[in-house]
Design a protein around this ligand. Structure first.
Ligand SMILES: C[S@@+](CC[C@H](N)C(=O)[O-])C[C@H]1O[C@@H](n2cnc3c(N)ncnc32)[C@H](O)[C@@H]1O
Length: 264
């Protein structure tokens, strides 16, 4: 299997051609208990006064840009994404300046930004070291970068169930082991970031999805890139397994575990 997580053509042409897949995944978080709003707690870590120049790299459909707008941020805000389709969605949420671009080559002058956000995106970048170097380059010496990612244990019960479903229908074990964020996770990110930043702090937030509707799990799994070849039989098996757990236990409980690195 080609590594779709870092394949620019797949990312811009299929997975993130529009925000449909990302929106479906975001929708599962309505079952999160207690709820965790990533844009809120991560932007709190950014310690903003309100007048900073901020870039959101891989801004997706703009949830962090919307939070900045909600905080009435006065300084210039830029949202950049590899995928033009994602910027269409981001534009409906914020009045930030939006641009298509690649994290490996940021179209900003050295030392021109106060904050750079790279939220749930670095695991899609083929040359992460180059992207991190770019983020350091465009930041002022006094600037801060935030990198949000997932722990290896994030959605563990869901990923284990999907792996079981893939095995059951005879899909390859290679496909069943794919988890985009394992390339840059809470556990692995620190060493990569320390090559470019003097100070790296990690903040973890854990919670749980208490899912009472098997269809919502199926809709989430249908967006996972490594399911594609075996989609229909796998999704039927996912529905069967989820329904069985919900019937027996009242809910399918899935841990969430995300980490935000604050780098200076
Ligand atoms: C999982 S989404 C996260 C979106 C948003 N940051 C959030 O937290 O909701 C990943 C985003 O990164 C973008 N992306 C992937 N590779 C990129 C790259 N090399 N440069 C810029 N954006 C990229 C994708 O198009 C997608 O919108």
């Amino acid at each position: 299997m080609t590594d779709r997580f870092v394949d620019r053509r797949y990312l811009t042409g299929v997975q993130y051609a529009s925000d449909a897949n990302l929106s479906s995944r975001q929708a599962l978080y309505r079952f999160q208990d207690p709820p965790v709003r990533n844009p809120v707690w991560t932007l709190d870590l950014a310690e903003l006064r309100g007048d900073e120049r901020v870039l959101d790299v891989g801004c997706g459909n703009g949830v962090h840009l919307a939070e900045l707008a909600g905080r009435a941020h006065r300084g210039p805000v830029f949202g950049m994404d590899l995928s033009p389709g994602m910027l269409t969605a981001a534009g409906s949420r914020s009045r930030a300046s939006l641009l298509v671009g690649d994290a490996e080559q940021l179209p900003f002058a050295a030392g021109s930004l106060d904050r750079v956000l790279a939220m749930h995106m670095l695991y899609h970048v083929p040359d992460r070291d180059r992207a991190i170097a770019e983020i350091r380059r465009v930041l002022r010496a006094s600037g801060t970068a935030l990198f949000l990612t997932n722990s290896c244990r994030h959605l563990e019960e869901l990923n284990d169930m999907v792996a079981g479903a893939l095995t059951e229908v005879g899909a390859s074990t290679e496909a069943s082991s794919g988890r985009a964020y394992l390339g840059f996770s809470s556990e692995s990110g620190d060493a990569e970031l320390r090559r470019h930043f003097a100070s790296v702090e990690r903040h973890d937030v854990r919670s749980e999805l208490v899912v009472t509707d098997a269809r919502s799990i199926v809709e989430y799994v249908a967006t996972m890139s490594w399911i594609a070849e075996a989609a229909r039989p796998v999704l039927r098996e996912v529905e069967r397994r989820s329904s069985a757990v919900i019937e027996a236990e009242g809910a399918f409980r899935i841990r969430t575990d995300v980490g935000c690195f604050v780098c200076r």
